[in-house]
Design a protein around this ligand. Sequence first.
Ligand code: DGL
Length: 269
Amino acid sequence: MENKGVGIFDSGVGGLTVLKEIRKLLPGETLYYLGDTARVPYGNKSKDTVIRYSIQNTRFLLKRGIKLLVVACNTSSSYAMDTLRKEFSELPIIGVIEPGSRQAIEASKSGHIGVIGTKATIKSNAYKNTISILDSKARVYQQACPLFVPIVEEGMHRSKFAHEIAKYYLEPIKKYHIDTLILGCTHYPLLSSVINDVMVNNVKLINSGKSVAKKVYEYLLGHNMLAKARKGGVEFFVTDAPEQFKKISRLLLSEDINDHIKEVVLEDE
Ligand code: DGL
């Protein structure tokens, strides 16, 4: 079991923000990352479609031989987690909603927490519901930011345009005097500096990557499933446009992944 890898998927490059933290904490593990770049963004799709895509992604990664799956996508975590856990009951699956919610509750002093995410994640109320179970006193204010994902996928996250769009989305949420803001989409940490600029008043940004990585570590340790190797590796799979994926991953991971990336076609069912 310890020789198997850890599977990670997202609709595109966003999940790399989670992969980066997993790699830091667990350098001995072999990681398989799938970015479903042919079908990004997931955040504007219906629940049924996101569930179907998530099942296909999981099947693909299972074929690589994985001992644990990380759903490094808030949209899939919001819509598909229950189905994935039922459908793949033997496979341990870790999503991003619960770790991010816990991190936000711990960070917030006022209990006024903002959540930004895709349309689907916001519509699902996944964060709102999870936070209210964990802390009934917390207040949650949500805002969908549908243009953020294409901005990141295009590598425009440091542009003036990104700043203008961030202003458009975030100004309304400022009136709630939140002290903590959950980046409820794994693409958004790339926009952290732009978001920080707009929020100005010292709002803590929550990127769940670290706490997800910690959860993976604790699970593998607790179940005696940690890799024995000192040095693991990563294989990347994308369903379209590897060049664009390589470009963004170079920015994010500060390395070339040229020899470790493959374009693949996912099976229908
Ligand atoms: N990065 C994903 C998320 O965390 C998906 C965004 C999208 O494809 O719309 O929600």
